[in-house]
Design a protein around this ligand. Sequence first.
Ligand code: ATP
Ligand code: MG
Length: 265
Amino acid sequence: MSTPSTATSNSPAASASGEPVILTRGLAKTYEGAEPVHALRPLDLQIDRGEFVAVMGVSGSGKSTLMNLLGCLDTPTTGSYHLDGVEVADLTRNQRADLRSQKLGFVFQGFNLLARTTAVDNVLLPLLYDRTGRIKKPRDRAVEALTRVGLEHRLDHVPSELSGGQQQRVAIARALVNEPAVLLADEPTGNLDTRTTVEVMALFQDLNDAGITILVVTHEPEVSEYCRRVVELRDGRLIRDETVEDRRDARRDLATDTPLIPLPE
Ligand SMILES: Nc1ncnc2c1ncn2[C@@H]1O[C@H](COP(=O)(O)OP(=O)(O)OP(=O)(O)O)[C@@H](O)[C@H]1O
Ligand SMILES: [Mg+2]
């Protein structure tokens, strides 16, 4: 059950601080070509520290385009974007890369782990790109991150020795190791079965309860029920922005074995 709000207003979650970590004004992306594609129409979006937002929409609606802009992986055609108070448009390519490594953690559908590399070394990777030197004792930090996702007993396993859910938890640990301001996840449960999906959502809920801001792109309405707010795109426009009421508690669903989607006989 959700309460509709107007598409232009913001609906900070109960635990959010009211301090914008993501703030866009007229942010838009057009892919030029023989036929220009308006992948994202001018968008005003505010996401506050501590929010947990699902980004929904049919294929081609602009979700990845938006995530790539918010993730500083791509530059907008027009508009402004403040990430944790920094105007991204004013930055050089290298400064954008630094901002990305300091402020953002990424989780992808396909895990994107290095195949011949142990869990702990996969998690260490982002620290190798951190040029600020703010992370002391990187290996300890990697072990801490893996402990946080419940994989302290799998530090030296390579991805092929881990289940899909465990591989995604390694990827989440890798996204967390820099202590990012925001965790951006594009279809993180797209390759996982139902129970493993709920396990990953339980982890996200724990992390969000600990104060981490999370944005997750998903096709699955069930996944959005674990988030605090849902925004939906269609044809590059924001068509829905709602607070999730009575949101589901993933730990409770796991304990009671509540089926998310009825299983085939
Ligand atoms: N590099 C590109 N060049 C031209 N058009 C693009 C490019 N990337 C995406 N598009 C177009 O922009 C629109 C939005 O694409 P986007 O990848 O953001 O959709 P999406 O919502 O993430 O879809 P999906 O659910 O399939 O991942 C689509 O019409 C797509 O064809
Ligand atoms: Mg996409």
